[in-house]
Design a protein around this ligand. Structure first.
Ligand SMILES: NC(=O)C1=CN([C@@H]2O[C@H](COP(=O)(O)OP(=O)(O)OC[C@H]3O[C@@H](n4cnc5c(N)ncnc54)[C@H](O)[C@@H]3O)[C@@H](O)[C@H]2O)C=CC1
Ligand SMILES: O=C([O-])CC(=O)C(=O)O
Length: 267
């Protein structure tokens, strides 16, 4: 039985907890940590078998695997505490991982492991396979409804007014690294794509605010010496957090299944 601790009991963390609770695989929810303990305890009361809300150190002590579903800014503390204990971190904070070039070395030195789940994207398996050969180019075009982007730091800081737009507006064009830094809560997936393929500096990214959309969409175009592919995903936003697609939490649950399942499908 693997004991799972969830760091960050928000939109993603709560869904992951519910899935673990209902899973017939050898996964058990051990504890959660939170930014707001009172709110987390109220949410915890909704579970059939509530577990304690604890701090990061205790979470790591009580768990074999830590799911990081806290904000990007909390990633490093949670990751270091997990890895220092030689444990496994499952995260979707691609933007934060990208900004920690020493992550692999740190994990190796402490006998820990980081698993960056695919999150709200697709095709990471094919991009990784293509990267075994030679990739010529990777481009990602993200289009999101206005409500998914309106609170993004980059939009607020640059005074970009999205309230009145009546046609798609390109609000960013650059590398995946620049995009993930400018939109840390909105294009973690661009960072993941960059890390999987030619690197965040070589991966091109466009971000569009599109008033006609209701879904968070990503299209990736990859050209390599083994295959050319274009893939697209239309993510249904969660009610709680429109920037977060429903599939994100499910991607984490699938990654947890891989840790205990005797058969693994896909890379
Ligand atoms: N790769 C992907 O596809 C996606 C990645 N994400 C990332 O996942 C993370 C979580 O997203 P959501 O659940 O939508 O956010 P959320 O805001 O709904 O939940 C985050 C929770 O973490 C809590 N928190 C704050 N500081 C904390 C700390 N130091 N320790 C533990 N908990 C803390 C907050 O109180 C909140 O309850 C974010 O970093 C986001 O950028 C989100 C969507 C897609
Ligand atoms: O990557 C992210 O952080 C979120 C995202 O784009 C999505 O949910 O479609």
């Amino acid at each position: 039985m693997k004991r799972i601790g969830i760091a960050g009991f928000g939109t993603i963390g709560r869904v992951v907890a519910r899935h673990i609770e209902n899973s017939d695989l050898p996964l058990a929810l051990a504890a959660v940590s939170a930014g707001d303990r009172t709110r987390a305890e109220a949410a915890m009361a909704q579970l059939a078998r509530p577990v304690p809300v604890v701090d990061t150190a205790e979470l790591v002590a009580l768990s074999d695997v830590i799911v990081d579903s806290a904000p990007t800014a909390a990633f490093r503390d949670i990751a270091e505490a997990t890895l220092c204990a030689g444990k496994t971190l499952v995260t979707v904070s691609g933007a934060a991982l990208m900004q920690w070039p020493g992550a692999a070395g740190f994990a190796r030195d402490h006998g820990g492991r980081i698993i960056l789940a695919t999150g709200a994207l697709l095709g990471i398996d094919a991009v990784r396979a293509a990267a075994i050969g030679s990739i010529h180019s990777v481009t990602m075009v993200t289009r999101k409804p206005v409500k998914s982007l309106i609170k993004a730091d980059h939009v607020v800081r640059n005074g970009i007014d999205l309230t009145e737009i009546d046609e798609p507006l390109k609000i960013f064009e650059g590398s995946a690294r620049e995009g993930a830094i400018a939109f840390p809560a909105n294009v973690n997936v661009a960072a993941a794509l960059g890390l999987a393929g030619t690197g965040p500096d070589q991966t091109r990214l466009e971000i569009w605010a599109d008033p006609a959309l209701t879904r968070n969409t990503h299209r990736i175009i990859v050209d390599s010496d083994s295959a050319r592919f274009e893939l697209a995903i239309e993510n249904i936003p969660t009610d709680e957090n429109p920037g977060t697609g429903r599939i994100t939490a499910q991607s984490i649950v699938a990654a947890l299944h891989d840790l205990v399942s005797p058969i693994r499908i896909g890379t």
